[in-house]
Write a protein that binds this ligand. Structure first.
Ligand code: GLY
Length: 257
């Protein structure tokens, strides 16, 4: 769910074809198309009433559009992560500076590592994936960050065929989680979660952003869209093909703060 009505995003680097990619695709091939898709994403957020601040891309960082990984926001405070991928560490400063005036920031330190893509707010719980990017030390720092704010952390293993927890899930409404069949055991999720299972072959369709009853969804996942409509959601689909090719999902492209 969109957790506030303001967000930062960051443009697509001219070097986007060099973005790290090993899960959903072999890497983007068309930077201009990626820029158009990113513009479509920004327009969609704006159309839902989000005040979007656009940060310029940095060609030294092909993955810089994936701002979500750099900071976890919780009730007006921010935890700057230690990026789970060495090539992405230098993306953070610009993101931190963009929210510094509004958000009180603290900083995770190594050996803790975390990508924001592994962290999902779920009521008064933060579900945190343990993945190739997020380690147990990172989860402990997250726990210490959210505990004084009244939240707990629920750890969940991210299967080796997925980048981040939220690459393959999302929370479309309070208490609900969209997840692909076969990727998780049912009891891996917090007790009482209303799980919406989608076909494994449509795994990319699991990541959505909710604006009330309308879900921003990636184009092209018909079985998933049918399931979501049957659950009563309206859908707003956008082309994410080049973003997907860099292992990026809808939530990866923004930080709501
Ligand atoms: N391409 C996004 C990532 O690997 O972090």
């Amino acid at each position: 769910m969109a957790s506030s009505n303001r967000a930062i995003v960051r443009g697509i680097a001219d070097t986007f074809t060099q973005a790290v990619a090993q899960y959903f695709g072999d890497g983007p091939t068309d930077v201009e198309a990626a820029k158009r898709q990113h513009e479509g994403y920004v327009n969609a957020l704006s159309g839902f009433g989000v005040d979007v601040k656009i940060l310029p891309a940095d060609n030294d960082f092909p993955d810089c559009c994936f701002v979500e990984d750099q900071v976890i926001i919780c009730d007006g405070k921010g935890l700057l992560t230690v990026s789970g991928h060495d090539t992405r560490v230098g993306e953070q400063e610009v993101v931190a500076n963009a929210i510094n005036d509004d958000i009180e920031l603290s900083k995770m330190e190594p050996p803790a590592r975390m990508d924001g893509g592994d962290v999902m707010k779920f009521g008064d719980t933060y579900i945190c994936g343990i993945s190739s990017r997020t380690n147990v030390e990172g989860v402990q720092v997250l726990r210490e960050f959210v505990a004084p704010l009244g939240y707990t952390v629920h750890e969940i293993p991210v299967p080796p065929n997925a980048l981040h927890f939220k690459s393959i899930t999302s929370c479309p409404a309070p208490g609900m989680i969209i997840a692909p069949e076969t990727f998780f055991a049912e009891d891996a999720f917090p007790e009482g979660a209303d799980l919406i299972w989608i076909p494994a072959e449509e795994v990319y369709g699991a990541n959505t952003i909710a604006f009330g009853n309308t879900l921003l969804v990636p184009e092209g996942y018909p079985a998933t869209h049918k399931i979501l409509r049957e659950r009563g959601f309206e859908l707003h689909a956008i082309d994410m093909s080049q973003i997907r090719a860099a292992d990026g999902s809808l939530t990866c492209l923004s930080v709501f703060y």
